[in-house]
Design a protein around this ligand. Sequence first.
Ligand SMILES: [Zn+2]
Length: 171
Amino acid sequence: MKRIFCPKCDYEIGIPIDKIKQWKQEKLQTTAIVCNNCAHQIRLRLAPPQEKRERPQYGHIIVLENVFGEKQTYPLVLGENRLGRRNKDSVTDIPIITGDPSMDRHHAIIKVKQMKSGKIKFYIADDESRVGTFVSGEILEPKEWRELEDGAIITLGATSIILSTENLSNK
Ligand SMILES: [Zn+2]
């Protein structure tokens, strides 16, 4: 299931992966779906834009959702990855879908750094959040960048996130 949000009313709409596969097989570039909530016609682009050169991806995070029980996985990219609670009006690199009000819209920053040796390292800092950012149950000091190992458990508000240094395959 791929989740999108209606641009008009912000209603969350789930699209089955099989449906998307079917559209791609039919070689559709775009398609339209109707919002179940406001009947707005939403245009979907199926062929990803080629021109956008993205930062290389290293590792990923897994958000353990406490309310819906649905896992969210996000790839990390070289440089800074800003994490926060998804909100209609906020812009962040990794907008986490959660009903957890204790997670700020800008809560923490994960930095992916390439060492001179070529080794990739992961660091996290709190982004001046109200309740702080925890790694393995320990609160980070203001402006502290804490190195993260594979499997590190990060807590933002009431939400747990696991860091994996494994790269997600490019779909
Ligand atoms: Zn709508």
